[in-house]
Ligand binder design. Structure first.
Ligand code: ATP
Ligand code: MG
Length: 431
């Protein structure tokens, strides 16, 4: 059968009666009724009923085998009048063994086992839909940044050392030298603002050697990082992030309505995202019985509670928490104008989960060095970084978002492992 002439099920279902077509896909079901047999054939666009008059050997066709089929389109017998294919001929491209190692269409298999057999698991249209939406989100992000004049950069993932603490670095053997997998493109994106690109972004793997077994941490995830020059303050960055979020949700709603319906997810484009001072957030948390000191960070429990509070009080799924304590932020975050204990930084929380951290960065060479000293950082070790700010660098700031977390939050998935095809965590290196 000429696979160059193969058409998608979705298109075939819209054809006129008596059209001759070739389709191909997976055998979802075979119904044997003697002289009149039926195959449900699935491809990535839908399921088509094939009516096979005769073809007794179909009893040997196993579920999930891959076949091609040719025949004539006819209006079906069902009330819906959905088109069927009257089979002329079929070929088995690859038979599937039985039994299948997982129940593709049930919900009884553990996520762990499903990921072991992701190539089967993702044949479930609901799982498939997650990754179609993820693919669209990726496209939306690229569209948005291009529209806003950002330049896409690619930065090294093998590095000498991170600017941030070393505890989360994966060490690798690099021709007898010490090297690490990149835990953030921070240094490079700031470098490229200074290089005159002004606005840059990268969507790329980020590696974190955190031995956490949570539903929102991976050891390898996709970071969506941007950095922009000539900002007024951190609000300039939040404005862009807010527009990015609106753009993604609008674009996904426009392009993925079938997939969202299948997953029973109803998302709304936020009107505006509230920006709350961390002090204000902490007093709201206190009212809920969660006490945090001025210098504390927000832990995941606090993020969850704050997610519930803003949902009620502001009718918003999102919140920017701003002005995090200097104690908890890296040395390159700019300090607040009138409060040396605060920073011009923010976190973005979606349905109670942090999806991004950003800030205005300190671009003044002398102050940056003082801040590094204050954090007890050995200046000799960060020369390569601070030199960026010695020869002309604009005010700038940026954000690091996690794509996998965004997919998780958009689709309200209870585990980040549902949002990535082949997750890496402390226990998993395969497939
Ligand atoms: P968390 O506090 O949730 O561990 P973080 O503050 O350490 O996150 P950042 O360094 O701010 O993370 O990274 C920026 C973004 O990257 C986060 O907001 C999140 O969306 C994503 N991210 C960070 N660590 C992970 C991880 N281990 N797995 C998946 N996504 C992550
Ligand atoms: Mg963070």
């Amino acid at each position: 059968m000429d696979l160059n002439k193969r058409e998608y099920v979705k298109d075939v279902l819209n054809k006129k009666d008596n059209s001759k077509v070739i389709v191909a896909g997976w055998v979802e079901k075979v119904k044997l009724m003697g002289n009149l047999n039926f195959i449900n054939l699935r491809d990535r666009t839908g399921v088509l009923q094939i009516v096979a008059k005769g073809f007794k050997e179909l009893s040997k066709l196993t579920p999930e085998s891959v076949i091609s089929a040719s025949g004539t389109i006819k209006k079906g017998q069902k009330k819906s009048g959905e088109k069927e294919l009257i089979l002329d001929n079929y070929e088995i491209i690859n038979p599937a063994e039985t039994p299948l190692p997982i129940d593709i269409f049930g919900d009884t298999t553990s996520i762990d086992k499903r990921i072991n057999y992701r190539f089967l698991d993702a044949r479930n249209p609901k799982i498939n839909a997650i990754f179609k939406i993820r693919s669209n989100m990726f496209k939306s992000i690229v569209d948005f940044f291009s529209k806003e004049g950002f330049i896409k950069i690619n930065t090294p993932k093998i590095t000498a050392a991170g600017v941030e603490s070393g505890s989360e670095l994966f060490k690798i053997d690099y021709f007898n030298k010490k090297a690490y997998l990149s835990q953030s493109p921070q240094i490079y994106k700031q470098m490229m603002v200074a290089a005159g690109f002004e606005r840059v972004y990268e969507i790329a793997p980020v590696f974190r050697a955190e031995k956490s077994h949570t539903t929102r941490h991976l050891t390898e995830f996709i970071g969506v990082d941007m950095e922009m020059g000539f900002i007024q303050d951190e609000n300039s960055v939040m404005d862009v992030v807010e527009n990015l979020i609106k753009y993604i949700i609008k674009d996904v709603k426009n392009n993925c309505s079938d997939e969202l319906n299948l997953l029973k997810v109803n998302v709304e484009v936020p009107k505006s995202i509230p920006r709350l001072q961390i002090k204000e957030v902490k007093s709201m948390l206190k009212e809920k019985g969660k006490k945090l000191s001025d210098n504390d960070d927000l832990d995941s429990e606090s993020e969850k509670i704050i997610g519930e509070i803003v949902k009620k009080k502001y009718k918003s799924d999102f919140v920017f928490v701003v002005n995090y304590p200097w104690d908890k932020r890296p040395f390159y975050h700019m300090k607040s104008d009138n409060d040396s204990k605060g920073t011009k930084s923010f976190d973005l929380i979606w349905n109670g989960v942090e999806i991004g951290t950003g800030a205005q960065r300190e671009h003044r060479y002398k102050i940056l060095k003082e801040q590094a000293k204050e954090k007890g950082i050995d200046l000799d070790k960060i020369n390569g970084y601070v030199d960026i700010f010695k020869f002309g660098c604009p005010t700038h700031g940026g954000v690091g978002l996690g794509l996998d977390r965004m997919v998780q939050c958009l689709l309200i998935l209870n585990n980040i492992r549902e949002a990535i095809l082949l997750p890496r965590d402390p226990e998993r290196l395969t497939p």
